[in-house]
Write a protein that binds this ligand. Structure first.
Ligand code: AMP
Ligand code: TRP
Length: 333
């Protein structure tokens, strides 16, 4: 009997204390769908080492990491269908980063969009980790011989960088790594800020700019109500001329699972206020079961601990095997 080799799907999220609907629609929702595909072996992880490149509170870090795991489980990751682990528990991520660092031209890192944006935001706290962030991300992905990386649009450049590094390593030392492809969703790949539709939704632009996955119903109603809109009053999808309302329509489309055309038709002749009122309820209805799931998980720390231990063991096996190959090829053993 021939057993089919499954494709590896691999992705991660930073533990920063808040997961917003941009993270959910751009990434986690798709992870939860991919894990049901029998052709894929899905691995998801919480990238605590990456989160250390921005100012963070060490005394709370363990709780923040644990909460990120709860958030992802509540958002639909099912440990029976995928592997979940924490990045820093597998030391090979750091080890491979060093080796890949030696193959990475400095100029390439300095030109990365995320680095330039964060360096601008952080000014006095631009550490070397912020610069080499994409190398650690490449190490994450390559360690697991990943085929597909489901991420939002903002990560596309990092995946391209990973492909380049894989090619470079293989050409120089011999074939070890696969060249992964980014899986970017057709809709939701870049959910925009509620207060400024020219910027992507992000935790760093203030709580009114995003809806957290576990915001209260009241908060969701308020944030949608005060979300900026465009001039005019027509509920029409036109990202170029009506970026704010188009962003809200995309959110409605994805949470209600209804075609954009249908949404436009329903609100023809009505104003923004009617649309926004319904949008808030659509989001609230969708997120309710996720909140309930999270409450159940909070009462069950042993279960979560177990999930992470199983995930760690599975990840460790793969990481160890790849690292032996890497060390042989590079002359370290
Ligand atoms: P991060 O919180 O930066 O670790 O991002 C986790 C995942 O969410 C990544 O796959 C990002 O590409 C995705 N993501 C972050 N912000 C957005 C956004 N505003 N719209 C869509 N996807 C996003
Ligand atoms: N840089 C990604 C983000 O900010 C998180 C990440 C780290 C990641 N390592 C990864 C995503 C490996 C996919 C694969 O969203």
């Amino acid at each position: 009997m021939v057993t089919k080799v499954k494709k590896i799907v691999f992705s991660g999220i930073q533990p920063t204390g808040t997961i917003h609907i941009g993270n959910y629609l751009g990434a986690i929702k798709n992870w939860a769908e991919l894990q049901n595909n029998p052709d894929y072996d899905c691995i998801f992880f919480v990238v605590d080492l990456h989160a250390m490149t921005v100012p963070y509170d060490a005394s709370n870090f363990q709780a923040t990491i644990y909460n990120a795991v709860l958030d992802n489980l509540a958002a639909g990751l099912d440990p029976k269908k995928c592997t979940i682990f924490i990045q820093s528990q597998i030391k090979e991520h750091s080890e491979l980063t060093w080796i890949l660092d030696t193959l990475t031209p400095l100029g390439e890192l300095q030109r990365m969009t995320q680095f330039k944006e964060k360096a601008e935001e952080q000014k006095s706290e631009v550490n070397a980790g912020l610069l080499t962030y994409p190398v650690l991300q490449a190490a994450d992905i390559l360690l697991y011989k990943t085929d597909f990386v489901p991420v939002g649009k903002d990560q596309e450049q990092h995946i391209e960088f990973t492909r380049t590094l894989a090619r470079k390593f293989n050409a120089r030392f011999g074939e070890v790594f696969k060249e992964p492809a980014a899986l970017i969703p057709k809709a939701g790949a870049k959910i925009m800020s509620l207060t400024d539709p020219a910027k992507k939704m992000s935790k760093s632009h203030g709580p009114e700019s995003y809806i957290a996955l576990f915001d209260s119903d009241e908060m969701i109603r308020r944030k949608i109500k005060i979300a900026v809109t465009d001039s005019g009053k027509e509920v029409r999808y036109d990202p170029k001329n009506k970026p704010a309302i188009s962003n809200l329509i995309t959110i409605y489309h994805l949470f209600a699972d209804q075609p954009i055309k249908e949404i436009e038709k329903r609100y023809a002749g009505k104003g923004y206020a009617d649309f926004k009122k319904d949008l808030a309820e659509v989001i609230i209805d969708y997120l309710k079961p996720l909140r309930q799931k999270r409450e159940r998980l909070e009462k069950n720390p042993d279960y979560v601990k177990n999930v992470l231990e199983e995930g760690r063991q599975k990840a460790q096996k793969i990481a160890t095997a790849t690292m032996i190959e890497v060390k042989k090829k590079t002359g370290l053993i």
